[in-house]
Ligand binder design. Structure first.
Ligand SMILES: Cc1cc2nc3c(=O)[nH]c(=O)nc-3n(C[C@H](O)[C@H](O)[C@H](O)COP(=O)(O)OP(=O)(O)OC[C@H]3O[C@@H](n4cnc5c(N)ncnc54)[C@H](O)[C@@H]3O)c2cc1C
Length: 434
């Protein structure tokens, strides 16, 4: 095994890039395998790159859309930059404390609320309207380098051309500087076993079979983990999962729109503990609308008309674990639909948002609701069911580290949690390798 690594990481999103970085910084020999490419050449407008390369939408059997990403840095590259710490109410239940790791990540990822001049007048109008109604909106934390960020810009979800938003590429690049190797366009499909233990991974690169050998295998490929684990005999993976259903509500407030505003710079988590709901201003960008609106048929016409003068707010919920991932089905990759409780939670958020939009000046007849969709495929390889507290599967040397391991739906931005999990797992792996 001449090409043996200490750690092979599959997937370069926040979970995987963190493990690659932390382990290479500890002097370990690391290989990072990423299914997607590195689209720097396109000016980092990742949404476009993703649409061109591999439509990043998962369609459930019930025709619901779930967004994922296939690119260096995973979905963090197209994220809004909203930072929420790993929720205690979720991780206490499985006896995991991520507070030290989260605090370490805070300074590395520039996490803070935005300076007033970056927040934008529409965000402030919404905040004031909500608070006039008795809600408790505040500025919210974001992972953004404010020395590079500019006002009146909402390009976070287009990959942030100014590189002001933190993405997992920053940790991936740091891993490379510390000696890690990376292979792009490499889809890992199987685990290589010897005497019942994992000793490597195999897959394809531009259609050619590849094999890599390593002492520890870390699966950080999100939804992709399920196929790899099932093919290795772990049939428990992907039986029910979460997507954090969300809904965009848009209204037309004369002289305002969220198209040129920092997404999720203000909002509220006040309903999270009691109802599993969060509410944050953000609206789909052109690339997302291009992908989502054709599904609405003629009903899309008003959306297209108002796409660039709408003020949008999103409700996101902690959804119930339900459905299944079908890794090898060509027609649909999962089964997932909102349950009765999910619909109730979404409706509560929609009702609040309607009131806020009207208070902020949107005529009620201008208000439109997009159908629920998911942007956080997660909880498919849950702690306590598919992995243990050290994120190890029942197959020796195989770990999962990404949004798939969360024990239940977070209903919150996931990046900070995935990074914290990556830091925690790296400490454990380092001990095991010593
Ligand atoms: C539009 C949008 C906006 C978002 N905004 C925010 C936000 O503001 N804040 C926040 O915290 N979260 C946000 N999220 C969610 C967040 O980006 C994701 O939950 C997070 O990136 C998940 O991290 P992960 O480590 O699970 O890996 P992912 O980001 O899911 O990355 C997995 C990686 O694995 C690769 N991969 C998949 N299969 C294979 C395979 N077989 N072999 C090799 N590689 C493979 C993929 O190409 C991908 O790069 C947003 C998501 C979307 C879609």
């Amino acid at each position: 095994m001449s090409n043996e690594y200490d750690v092979i990481v599959v997937g370069s999103g926040p979970g995987g890039a963190t493990v690659a970085r932390e382990m290479s910084r500890r002097g370990r020999k690391v290989l990072l395998c990423e299914r997607g490419g590195n689209w720097q050449a396109l000016g980092n407008t990742l949404s476009l790159a993703m649409l061109m390369q591999w439509v990043p939408l998962i369609f459930s059997k019930q025709a619901n859309v779930v967004m994922a990403a296939s690119n260096y840095g995973g979905a963090s590259v197209i994220s809004c930059g909203a930072a929420v710490a790993p929720p205690k109410k979720v991780f206490d239940k499985v006896g995991i404390d991520l507070s030290a790791e989260a605090e370490e990540a805070r300074s590395e990822m520039w996490i803070d609320v935005l300076a007033d001049e970056l927040v934008g007048k529409t965000n402030y109008r919404l905040l004031e309207a909500a608070n006039d109604l008795g809600y408790h909106w505040t500025k919210t934390e974001r992972f953004v380098d404010q020395t590079r960020c500019v006002p009146d810009c909402s390009d976070c979800m287009l990959g942030c051309p100014r590189s002001a938003k933190w993405s997992a590429r920053i940790y991936g690049d740091d891993a490379l500087r510390h000696g890690a190797e990376v292979v792009f366009n490499t889809r890992i499909s199987d685990i290589i076993k010897q005497d019942g233990k994992a000793v490597g991974v195999s897959g394809t690169r531009w259609g050619k079979k590849v094999q890599y050998y390593g002492k520890k295998i870390v699966l950080s490929s999100g939804v992709g983990n399920v196929g790899i684990l099932r093919r290795a005999g772990l049939s428990e993976a992907g039986r029910s999962f979460a997507v954090d259903w969300l809904q965009f509500i848009g209204g037309v407030i004369p002289g305002m729109n969220t198209v040129h505003e920092q997404p999720m710079a203000v909002g509220t988590l006040e309903h999270y503990e009691s109802d599993g709901i969060i509410i944050l201003p953000v609206f789909p960008n052109w690339a997302m609308l291009a992908a989502m609106l054709p599904l609405k048929g003629a009903a899309a016409i008003p959306w297209i008309k108002n796409a660039f003068n709408s003020t949008g707010i999103m409700v996101k919920i902690q959804d119930e674990l339900q459905g299944e991932i079908y890794p090898d089905n060509l027609l649909y990759t999962c089964s997932k639909e909102p349950t009765a409780q999910d619909k109730k939670r979404l409706q509560k958020g929609v009702d609040i948002i309607r009131k806020v939009l009207v208070k902020a000046g949107a005529p009620s007849e201008s208000i439109m609701e997009l159908a629920p969709s998911g942007a956080h495929p997660s909880a498919s390889c849950r702690i306590g069911e598919v992995v243990d507290k050290n994120l190890q599967t029942r197959l020796d040397n195989v770990f999962c580290c990404d949004a798939s391991v969360v024990p239940e739906s977070l209903g919150l931005p996931v990046v900070w949690t995935a990074v914290s999990l990556g830091k925690r797992l790296s400490k454990h792996l380092d001990k095991q390798l010593s």
